[in-house]
Design a protein around this ligand. Structure first.
Ligand SMILES: Nc1ncnc2c1ncn2[C@@H]1O[C@H](COP(=O)(O)OP(=O)(O)OP(=O)(O)O)[C@@H](O)[C@H]1O
Ligand SMILES: O=c1[nH]c(=O)c2[nH+]cn([C@@H]3O[C@H](COP(=O)(O)O)[C@@H](O)[C@H]3O)c2[nH]1
Ligand SMILES: NC(=O)CC[C@H](N)C(=O)O
Ligand SMILES: [Mg+2]
Length: 516
């Protein structure tokens, strides 16, 4: 049995699946996202208080589309199907899913009565919802009744209260569905009878217990420690679970920022009380990157060397470790791999898709289901110093994916200097905490300039600064002009080989935060 009610989200490939998870956790209910291939036995074992079926790009009549073990509908666990999830419930329940009436964006929802899923709504009033579908249902399956409609959709929501199974054609999880949160909270609390008990403190207790169960009483554990918030939180949790059987390994991969190695070592030794080994492996990484230009190849090469170095260090240090802890987060996972489901690979995060198949360790990833801001909350609860928690994220492949194209030592040095100036000025201007992540990128092009009456033909540095909540979506930060101007002047004057600075004004999507 679990201490907390838990909701299972089956992911049919919607862009919004992670938003569903967020919304549920914001209601302080624990949830996890899993591929729709989970069968009824697995689901029973998992112990869901409620199940949400996400939307997705498929159509129920197409070939090879993801479906649901129909026995799950008979478990007696409440179910809410959203968009494709609703269409699947309709299809499996014997209703017809109609094709070809496309509806994207806003619509007005009118509920039949103010109860159950729509408790607190007013049948006399319309509320704005957000839609994104091409298929729809005109008549609910036998045993189900219409709960809401819009001017163009006769069935915007249906339900069978006896079975506790519901479907909504719109997306209650997006902010533009103005009362969507209420729909989700009605589902969680009135229908699934969850209690809102999932807090950062509860997460800590549970994950310490889970780590103990996974690692056992004997095994030794190493942790890849970067000094970033994710691995610091992961290391602290594991340390609570296994004590001195944990050794942290900080790898200087030659792709770190200026002063980073010294800074991380100092802060960690000062605050953490965990054994730390620092390994200088710059040559190995740079050798592996020689001649490699493609971003995915670079990421995979770096991921592979990380594991080799962890392995060699575990042996050299005589740890006998059989477990490797990583601070992998949910966004690392979702962007790297199709979660057994239908979403696509955006980029291979070094700690997920970049791992070799024949890894000599079992992975311990206590944060695999969380988003960055949730990890920060856990870190605060664990009492980690603000120096770790407030740090901008820094990717494991580091400057290796910020020197675009082939990575050379002198290019790394150039970027290191430019990046240090950029961050120094941002701190100086008091903007560091307002920005989610800021960094410089060295472009693989050169441009013409004039310095001291002489012609230059040098490199271009692009500056990126974004605001974000969880790294899944981001917007460019409107950096004050006088700060930009100071940064640009300093970089061009102080960094050899750079004669031009550009500011990146792309949001995510359609761009990503990193350039590679
Ligand atoms: N230089 C490094 N040495 C050892 N392990 C590393 C290093 N860089 C990354 N890792 C491992 O890869 C994981 C993922 O890196 P990632 O950058 O996502 O997390 P983080 O560095 O802990 O936090 P942040 O996102 O705040 O930088 C880390 O949690 C850590 O386990
Ligand atoms: O540890 C990591 N290993 C990686 O391979 C990796 N790639 C991207 N990132 C970080 O993830 C966040 C989202 O980045 P993107 O928008 O570029 O995908 C941003 O914070 C990125 O810095 C990584 N972190
Ligand atoms: N967003 C969705 O879930 C869309 C479901 C289905 N593909 C449709 O177009 O109706
Ligand atoms: Mg990092």
């Amino acid at each position: 049995m679990h201490d907390h009610d838990r909701v299972l989200i089956l992911d049919f490939g919607s862009q919004y699946t992670q938003l569903i998870a967020r919304r549920i956790r914001e209601e302080r209910v624990y949830c996890e996202i899993h591929p729709p291939t989970r069968d009824v036995e697995w689901v029973r074992e998992w112990g869901a208080s409620g199940i949400i079926l996400s939307g997705g790009p498929s159509s129920v009549y197409d070939e090879g589309v993801p479906t649901l073990d129909p026995a799950i509908l008979e478990l007696g666990v409440p179910i809410l199907g959203i968009c494709y999830g609703m269409q699947l419930v309709a299809h499996l329940g014997g209703a017809k899913v109609e094709r070809g009436k496309r509806e994207y964006g806003r619509a007005g929802l009118r509920v039949v009565e103010a109860s159950g899923l729509f408790d607190g709504f007013d049948p006399a009033e319309e509320s704005q919802i957000w839609c994104s579908h091409g298929d729809h249902v005109d008549t609910p399956p036998p045993g189900f009744r219409v709960l809401a409609s819009t001017s163009s959709l006769p069935v915007a929501a249906f339900g069978n209260e006896d079975l506790g199974i519901y479907g909504v054609q719109f997306h209650p999880e997006v902010a533009h569905s103005v009362r969507g949160e209420e729909v989700l909270s009605n589902f969680l609390f009135s229908i699934c009878h969850c209690s809102p008990s999932w807090t950062a403190g509860a997460f800590i207790d549970e994950s310490v217990a889970r780590i103990r169960a996974q690692v056992g009483d004997e095994a030794a554990v190493i942790c890849g420690l970067s000094g970033g918030v994710d691995s610091s939180v992961a290391a602290t949790l594991v340390h609570r679970a296994v004590g001195d059987r944990l050794t942290c390994i900080f790898v200087d991969n030659g792709l770190l920022r200026k002063g980073e190695r010294e800074g991380v070592e100092r802060t960690f030794r000062k605050h953490m009380g965990i054994r730390l080994v620092v390994v200088d492996a710059a040559d190995r990484f740079l050798d592996a990157l020689e001649g490699v230009e493609d971003p995915e190849q670079k990421r995979k090469a770096i991921g592979g060397v990380f594991i080799d170095v962890f392995n060699q260090t575990a042996i050299d240090e005589g740890t006998g470790a059989t477990f490797l802890v990583q601070g992998t987060l949910y966004p690392d996972v979702i962007e790297s791999v199709s979660a057994g489901g239908p979403s696509v690979t955006i980029k291979t995060h070094h700690n997920v898709g970049g791992l070799p198949d024949d890894m000599p360790f079992d992975l311990v990833e206590p944060l695999r289901e969380l988003f960055k801001d949730e990890v920060r909350q856990v870190g605060r609860e664990l009492g980690l110093p603000e120096e770790f928690i407030g740090r901008h994220p820094f990717p494991g492949p580091g400057l290796g994916i910020r020197v675009l194209g082939e990575v050379h030592r002198e290019r790394l040095d150039t970027l290191r200097e430019a990046d240090a100036i950029y961050l120094e000025e941002i701190r100086e201007a008091g903007l560091y905490d307002e920005i989610w992540q800021a960094f410089a990128v060295l472009l693989p092009v050169r441009s013409v300039g004039v310095m001291g009456d002489a012609r230059t033909y040098d490199h271009v540095v692009a500056l990126r600064a974004v605001t974000s909540r969880d790294g899944m979506t981001a917007d460019w930060y409107p950096m004050p002009h006088e700060v930009l101007s100071r940064i640009s002047t300093r970089i061009i004057n102080e960094v050899d080989g750079v004669n031009r600075v550009a500011y990146d004004i792309s949001s995510k999507p359609p761009a990503t935060i990193e350039w590679e």
